[in-house]
Design a protein around this ligand. Structure first.
Ligand code: NAD
Length: 491
């Protein structure tokens, strides 16, 4: 177990306020050099059951009786404690994911603290619906709703932004008075476990926050979604996994919230601020080595500026500094795992078979040092693929995009919307009317105009089609993580 150290050695499940071992262990691997940095104890069905029962017990105790004010105060303390252990969280996240230290320090860990503060504020200021109803006899009734916790929430998260996405769910769930059992990705178990230490330090009652480690099918993930005493499941990950979880929970009619994959488009009009657009799209394609669900893998550029745009993005891709995640100057770390790199490389080969022109990249870089044992990949740009090509249709989840030209606004909209996904889009134009007009036609849960990944935690976040079910953020999170009981009083 990490005890204030920067190096995770032994990572255990956390149940009822105690760290507990499981029957089996699996390795935690640093993707930057392939080294084993920890041993993780896998939760079997019995351990998952104990975690769920400890959450139930917490709901029946002090936590179940805590006022909104008490819960909000507790969440703010969690945020403060994350910040007091900032370096420890950054080190653990960097070691698990291989992401550049500058990114973890700028995005992942600050957002984790911000998630707890934001939902402490939101639960403190959220109102309640009430209606005065006229009755047939000329009298009236008062309707008002009260917010109740769902109970035990199962939280299953991916490896790309482990702490950020986990706390995006844990914070509103606790704000609403639930108890949680979280199952972080098997690739990135460390920060969810460090968060257990934070919960302990802040005096969070035992059983409110539980962690079970393991894999998906026939392991902790599936055991959690199958558990009859889990009242709701919230999941972020691949669309295919969403389908599997949906099947599992169907028999018990649990509320679900799904944030799934994407094949996001960026549309660049000739009237854009060229520097802004190329910088913004370089970020949208390559940030976190392309492993953000919001990343743009399809870029549509107005024909008049196509060549200039392709060469500007190529220049930016080639200037990206790949290297050790611990070097503050590094801009691009490795992919998460050997297996994921094999998947991305297979798409690089497929793109060639499908007739792509390789503008830059398409292979594996060489460093001549221990990083060659890591899972690095070159940032890659393609042109020339048909819109029906698999590389244009399927989520690759790597530092790669395909650039295609368009001639009219309608054509750009149709190409961008020609996908089964619907998570995010970005539009680059200096024409305000066009920005609004095109944004409103996007089949996406979130559309940025002249920016990307600019988030306000009060706004709805989620996807259409294969990209998910439901919205999180602001009141949308509070609504998912609670049940409304409407009370009608005859006056
Ligand atoms: P994944 O679906 O493989 O795994 C996500 C989590 O689900 C892991 O904890 C895994 O152990 C668990 N899991 C797998 N199978 C399961 C099963 N049958 N039952 C229960 N749990 C199971 O996803 P990943 O590879 O970790 O993450 C990458 C994917 O996540 C990409 O598709 C990406 O677009 C998506 N993503 C979406 C968002 C969003 O907000 N929409 C954010 C980040 C990532």
């Amino acid at each position: 177990m990490p005890r204030g150290s920067n190096h995770v050695k032994f990572i255990q499940n956390y149940i009822d306020g105690k760290f507990v071992a499981g029957q089996r262990e699996f390795a935690d691997v640093n993707p930057a050099d392939g080294s084993v940095i920890g041993q993780v104890t896998e939760a079997d069905r019995d351990v998952v059951d104990r975690a769920v029962q400890s959450a139930r017990k917490a709901l029946a105790g002090e936590w179940g009786r805590a006022s909104v004010r008490e819960r909000a105060a507790r969440l703010r303390k969690v945020a403060d404690t994350i910040e007091s252990r900032f370096d420890c969280f950054v080190a653990a996240e960097v070691a698990d994911t291989g992401k550049p230290i500058s990114l973890a320090a700028r995005l992942d860990v600050p957002r984790a603290a911000a998630n707890f503060r934001a939902f402490a504020d939101m639960i403190s200021t959220s109102g309640i619906e009430s209606f005065q109803t006229e009755t047939a006899d000329g009298k009236s009734a008062l309707n008002y709703a009260v917010r109740k916790p769902l109970g035990v929430v199962g939280i299953i998260t991916p490896w790309n932004l482990p702490l950020l996405l986990l706390t995006w769910k844990v914070a509103p769930a606790l704000a609403c008075g639930n108890a949680v059992v979280v199952k972080p990705s098997e690739e990135t178990p460390a920060t969810a476990t460090l968060l257990a230490e934070v919960m302990e330090r802040t005096g969070m009652p035992d059983g409110v926050y539980n962690v079970v480690h393991g894999f998906g099918p026939n392991s902790a993930g599936e055991f959690l979604t199958q558990h009859p005493d889990v009242n709701a499941v919230t999941f972020t990950g691949e669309s295919q996994t969403g389908t599997a979880i949906m099947k599992t929970v169907a028999s018990s009619v649990k509320p679900i919230s799904f944030e799934l994959g994407g094949k996001n488009a960026a549309i660049v009009f000739a009237d854009c601020d060229f520097e802004d657009a190329t910088a913004g799209i370089a970020d949208a394609v390559f940030l976190n080595t392309g492993q953000v669900c919001l990343c743009a893998e399809r870029v549509y550029v107005e024909r008049g500026i196509l060549d200039r745009f392709v060469s500007a993005l190529k220049q930016r891709a080639e200037a990206l500094r790949l290297g050790s995640p611990l070097d503050p100057a590094t801009e691009l770390g490795p992919l998460i795992s050997k297996q994921h790199r094999e998947k991305v490389v297979s798409y690089y080969s497929l793109a060639r078979e499908e007739g792509a022109n390789v503008v830059t990249g398409g292979g594996i870089p060489e460093f001549g040092n221990s990083l060659d044992n890591g899972f690095y990949i070159q940032p890659t740009i393609y042109t020339g693929l048909a819109e029906s090509a698999r590389c244009v249709k399927e989520e690759i989840f790597g530092p790669v995009c395909h650039i295609a030209p368009f001639d009219t606004e309608d054509e750009a909209v149709n190409m961008a919307n020609n996908t089964k996904y619907g998570l995010a889009a970005s539009i680059w134009t200096s024409n305000l009317k066009r920005g609004h007009r095109v944004a409103q036609q996007m089949n996406a849960g979130i559309t940025w105009v002249n920016c990307w990944f600019l988030r306000d935690l009060r706004t709805p976040f989620g996807g259409m089609g294969l990209s998910g079910i439901g919205r999180e953020g602001g009141m949308h999170s509070l609504n998912f993580y609670s049940e409304l009981n409407n009370i009608c009083i005859r006056l």
